[in-house]
Design a protein around this ligand. Structure first.
Ligand code: SF4
Ligand code: SF4
Ligand code: SF4
Length: 293
């Protein structure tokens, strides 16, 4: 179990705890540490700013720089980062907008739990590619404050049924997009994202080896050697460099110490040779949550 499961999930998966999506939590006063880290007084206030600064520009094409957006998401983390206090910056990031990789099955469980699902334009892809029509984010729960409706744009927002959301997310899985859950002042969960290398968090954490922006998932992949044909389709699908090909054996090896547990390699395997096992059952991966080699 990751640190958030211990702190916010009562020992179970924190993102499957209903209270972490509740309106009560959204409106609960923040601790002084949370206020300092988020620059807001309530989670709802923080989310309103987040939507205005991150989602709205992606929906409307209104120019914003990465720096402006990051200033909104984790203001104190940026200040601490600039001052060279990396450890404090990282801890502040965990208090505000932090994520975790989830498998397709857990993503579907999340969809089953929430009241409403709104498909939104992806703020990261807007900032990294300039595209405004990449609707890979699923906003979760009731828009209690009317944040989204205040700038609703019929082309950019779609209210989905649970079955529509599941169908879309299965397609994303096949496409190789990594499913992630995200908080808006932790532990309130407001987004189920589907990410690739255009994700800001991926870029800073994985590409640039910066401080982590999300936990690894609760599972790791395992390859059944007898079923592997050596086609390498899974290797092409993995965004974390966790799959290696052995020319001597003519099959792949999956490195559990690199695996983030997203499961999208499994979706690509034509012989069903990959299964997801709980991280705690894989000794090499059991306690690896936040580092990347
Ligand atoms: S976390 Fe993923 S889906 Fe969400 S905004 Fe960033 S890239 Fe887009
Ligand atoms: S090897 Fe791990 S990280 Fe890579 S695609 Fe498979 S489950 Fe995801
Ligand atoms: S996709 Fe499946 S069969 Fe192909 S190399 Fe990977 S594990 Fe083996």
């Amino acid at each position: 179990m990751c640190e958030f499961c211990t702190k916010h999930g009562e020992g179970r998966k924190w993102y499957l705890e209903m209270k972490n999506y509740s309106r009560e939590l959204l409106n609960e006063p923040l601790t002084p540490e949370e206020q300092e880290a988020s620059g807001a007084t309530t989670r709802a206030e923080y989310l309103a700013t987040f939507c205005e600064q991150f989602i709205k520009p992606a929906a409307t094409g209104e120019p914003k720089t990465v720096q402006q957006v990051l200033q909104t998401i984790v203001p104190s983390a940026l200040r601490n980062f600039a001052a060279g206090n990396i450890a404090k910056a990282f801890e502040d990031h965990k208090l505000t907008h932090f994520g975790q990789v989830v498998t397709l099955e857990d993503a579907e469980r999340v969809i089953d739990m929430v009241d409403s699902i709104t498909r939104l334009p992806c703020g990261c892809r807007y900032l990294t590619t300039g595209k405004t029509d990449k609707r890979y984010c699923l906003g979760l729960g009731v828009d209690a404050q009317g944040m989204l409706s205040s700038f609703l744009n019929g082309d950019s927002f779609e209210v989905l049924t649970k079955e529509e959301a599941k169908s879309i997310i299965r397609d994303y899985d096949t496409e190789g997009l990594v499913h992630t859950v995200w908080t808006g002042v932790t532990p309130f969960i407001f987004g189920l994202c589907n990410c690739d290398r255009d994700c800001l968090a991926y870029k800073s954490y994985i590409e640039e080896r910066g401080s982590p922006g999300f936990f690894r998932g609760e599972f790791v992949g395992e390859v059944e050697a007898e079923s592997c044909s050596g086609c390498k389709d899974c290797l092409k699908q993995c965004q974390f460099g966790a799959v290696f090909y052995s020319s001597a054996l003519g099959l792949v090896y999956l490195d559990p110490t690199r695996c983030f547990g997203c499961g999208v390699c499994r979706a690509a395997c034509p012989t069903d040779a990959i299964r997801m096992v709980p991280r705690r059952e894989q000794p090499k991966a059991a306690n690896v949550w936040l580092t990347y080699p």
